[in-house]
Design a protein around this ligand. Structure first.
Ligand code: DUC
Ligand code: ZN
Ligand code: ZN
Length: 485
């Protein structure tokens, strides 16, 4: 009997801390050997001329989120899995919704069942939009005990946003329970005020979405999110940073030793306000929040990535079709910008865009790429070393990557369930030729071949990286976290 189920042979194995030409031996879905030569395998994949990367970890994506009135995102876990595998991603962290006036436990049970129908390995952030006593004292601890170790809050968006007192309550509970808090940082009142003024002046086209939420509203909310987290001594990750002024708030706090991490997304280094200003309603295809900025801002975001201020690049995949009654035109073919759903699809495009714009164009190294798109999100979410690493004992999640392959992005290549990609026509250099999840080849030459229902839930236990520092501004600590978990 062969010693290994699978050997990946002769590739350039990129660990995020250097690259070597070697073989990888897989048994029972895990990496069990990394050696100069592995011959004793039931099956071999020859990877000469290819990079062997850890499978992508996308720690911010919206999949099949149920809506209060019934229905859900167009993308299901099965279609999202296909899109993710097409782009070299093997694990995700996505969102269990909470609706105002509702609890979270029922949604958790429902969402676990939905996710189990896909093929991606998955973990969850629990959205908190209504932090009542019952939710925070009874239900959230129960969900955390199941292995959900991050709470997500929105500082804007009707009907999800929390005010400062509610946000403080979530921070305090997260600290007690040993969770990360992830934050959407934009100022709710400022956006509402600007939106009303713009509409009053007849400025209603998609491009005014960006006018309603300029960088200053992101900077203000980022500053406040960090300041309150510092007050409570609770680690946070700031989601989808789109501009240097917000990133600078993070950098300043990091320099003080505050445990705050920053994430950005491919759209903030590729799309611009000019895209939302395409003729007619076309701009709706590029509407996400925060809004895409400018080419100059892209350069500043790359700089913040290089400095390490922003250390995770996720997709914020949130897919709406352009056509159809669940899509961008759900409130009419010429809806005002306020009524157009926010979000763009990005699963399959994430790794190719960041590799091409980052590594192929010389902005970041291959090691940086691996850490930004796989290792860092896995570490920050408490999924490493099982995910995000090529190491003995890790799950055998790999992307076999042709660094020289030139591809023009099309919607068909994205393999998602919606009718457009905002990246249509973009040229990339570097492309995944195979994706391996727990030792199984789930994508080869663009053909996804995984069985629905094979994705596994990834429960997360307590982990050191997000342990509070034990430092409050004046030493007064009304609710110290447990010393040892
Ligand atoms: N922004 C978000 O914060 N969530 C989903 C979609 C979007 O654009
Ligand atoms: Zn968000
Ligand atoms: Zn999001």
């Amino acid at each position: 009997m062969a010693g290994y189920d699978l050997a990946v042979r002769g590739g350039q194995v990129a660990t995020g801390f250097g690259t070597t030409r070697c073989d990888i031996g897989v048994k029972d879905g895990r990496i069990v050997a990394i050696a100069e030569r592995i011959t004793d395998a039931a099956r071999a994949i020859e990877a000469d001329g290819l990079l062997v990367l850890p499978g992508g970890v996308d720690s911010h994506c919206h999949i099949e989120e149920p809506q209060p009135g019934g229905g859900a995102n167009e993308e299901t876990f099965a279609t999202a899995s296909a899109a993710a595998f097409a782009g070299g991603t093997t694990s995700v962290v996505c969102f269990i919704p909470q609706w105002k006036g509702h609890g979270v436990w029922e949604r958790y049970v429902d969402y676990r069942a939905r996710a189990a129908r896909g093929m991606l390995d998955h973990s969850f952030h629990q959205i908190i939009s209504d932090p009542t006593d019952a939710v925070m004292e009874q239900e959230v601890p129960r969900v955390v005990a199941e292995g959900v170790r991050s709470l997500k809050v929105f500082l804007t968006y009707e009907p999800l946003h929390l005010d400062d007192a509610q946000y403080l309550r979530v921070l305090t509970k997260a600290r007690e329970l040993g969770c990360l808090v992830t934050v959407h940082c934009e100022n709710y009142a400022a956006i509402n005020w600007r939106t009303a003024e713009l509409l009053k002046h007849g400025m209603a086209a998609p491009k005014y979405h960006a006018w309603a939420r300029p960088p200053v509203v992101e900077r203000e909310a980022t500053h406040r999110a960090i300041a309150l987290a510092e007050l409570v001594d609770q680690p946070i990750q700031v989601f989808h940073v789109s501009c240097a002024e917000a990133a600078e708030e993070i950098a300043r706090a990091q320099a003080r030793g505050v445990k705050v991490w920053g994430e950005t997304c491919p759209q903030y280094v590729t799309l611009t306000a000019a895209d939302i200003d395409r003729p007619g309603f076309e701009g709706a295809k590029f509407m996400c929040s925060p809004a895409p900025r400018t080419r100059e801002e892209h350069a500043r975001i790359w700089e913040m990535i290089r400095r390490g201020t922003l250390d995770v690049i996720s997709s914020d995949h949130c897919a709406f079709s352009y056509e159809g009654d669940r899509g961008k035109r759900q409130n009419g073919a010429d809806a005002v910008f306020r009524d157009i759903p926010n979000g763009i699809p990005g699963f399959a495009a994430r790794l190719p865009i960041i590799f091409s714009e980052g590594v192929s164009k010389g902005r970041i190294s291959l090691d940086d790429f691996v850490r930004l798109t796989s290792t860092n999100p896995a570490r920050l979410m408490g999924l490493a070393p099982r995910k995000g690493m090529i190491a003995v004992g890790a799950d055998a999640d790999l992307a076999l990557w042709d660094p020289a392959k030139k591809v023009t992005l099309t919607n068909a290549l994205m393999q998602h369930a919606v009718d457009y990609t905002p990246y249509e026509g973009m040229e990339v250099t570097g492309w995944p030729v195979a994706t391996i999840r727990r030792g199984e080849v789930v994508m080869r030459d663009g053909k996804v071949q995984a069985e629905p229902g094979t994705g596994r839930f990834l429960p997360r236990g307590p982990y050191d990286l997000i342990r509070p520092r034990g430092i409050t501004p004046d030493g007064f600590d009304p609710a110290p976290p447990p010393a040892v978990r």
